[in-house]
Design a protein around this ligand. Sequence first.
Ligand code: NDP
Length: 462
Amino acid sequence: MKYDYDLFVIGGGSGGVRAGRRAGTLGHKVGIAEESRYGGTCVVRGCVPKKLYVYASTFHESFEDAAGYGWTVGDTSFDWKKLVASKEAEITRLENLYRSGLKSNGVEAFDSRAVLRGPHEVYLEAEDRVVTAERIVVAVGGTPNRHVSLDGHEHAIISDEAFDLAELPKSIVISGAGYIAVEFAGIFAGLGVDTTIVYRGPEILNGFDNEVRALLHEEYEKRGIRIITEQVIDKIELGKDGTRMTHLSGGEVLEVGQVMLALGRLPLTKNLGLELAGVGTDERGYIKVNEYSRTSCESIWALGDVTDRVQLTPVAIHEAMCFISTEYKGIPEKPDHDLIATAVFSHPEIGTVGLSEEQAVEKYSKLNVFRANFKPMKHALTGRDTRMLMKLLVDAESDKVVGAHVLGPDAGEMAQILAIPMKMGCTKADFDRTMALHPSSAEELVTMYEPTYTLIDGVKQS
Ligand code: NDP
């Protein structure tokens, strides 16, 4: 054999493990290296622990809401260390499943940092040796931006560290207002931490539908989260007692127990030997790939967050499956990044598929907007002041549903299901002839018969 392996994968996260396992199943000789823990960002320091913490953060509201249904809940208390330990046990279980899945598919897994030495050469640091492979997949992912230009950034944490804090702070400032900032704000506030978001723009969750953004802002304020917009953190100073004096651009100084930076993520491409293999990157360090995930080096592919596509676990897995189909099954398959359902696990949750109203009006000259804003039935008895929003955006000419947005309980679950008909190209008429499931929140999606308003060339019609 010309090479040690048919395929060598660098990075044991969602994309890398899927590519390695599938190639192994097909009978190829596969090696994989991971420098941290198998499972990668999603399992170890992302989606999975985040969702567990989101669950943890919602119980106190349930205890309060129970009173409206006749329950008397006794004294409650929360133990952060217990939550961290339970989370740790669960991700260890998942990490072991990743390892056993690789093993059972004949993949040789290394616990080592691996870097490229050439188009077919990988250097395994822990073993101090070079292995060769016919094909190489780079799936090393990304890491939170520590924003080193910020004065006092070393006194702040990033999301990786937020999961394992020794103590839950009494107060926190979160910088940024993207997915991670907004989700962690919901988690911390739900666990009783006095929480403030500081964001440079006019409204949280840039890129999402404006109405959804505004309603989540309101809901967060109802839950005691302070949101400071159009400001940034200028400096963080550490006080003797561990207090972080957080200086804002508007002049206010917030004295808090912890500061978290959630300012986007960066690809882990530094010192990866990309130049030795002729793998090109863009100006921010993301690996450039063609539509089949192939890099500028013929024998090297890149998948997942190390490429500047859509940074989501199912997308990395899909890119891996397309790579396998193209390279090992002889069926060329390009990853399809259109109409990806996504959720923000805020509290309340956001689920979205397709275009926001702001994006849709740019694309369609006549846009019908169907909207329902209501109090979820569960809260008829709890007295909780909370709203739910459903919104469908329809191209008036074709009747196609081009955007669907839900804010409220189980919004993510609804978005996943909505993505199926939307991917099939469904029309509003398809929604209208679908029988409602009563009583449910989702029935609103099929009972909004008349447009709430219409936009013609971006102008709202009265
Ligand atoms: P995002 O890109 O979502 O958000 C980054 C935030 O930081 C934005 O509010 C951005 O502002 C702000 N920001 C960036 N640079 C600066 C700066 N120099 N000064 C001040 N503010 C700044 O990144 P996240 O880190 O939250 O998440 C990374 C990715 O991970 C997401 O894009 C998503 O793909 C994925 N993810 C998905 C989740 C899910 O599916 N539920 C959960 C968590 C992460 P602005 O908008 O103005 O640029």
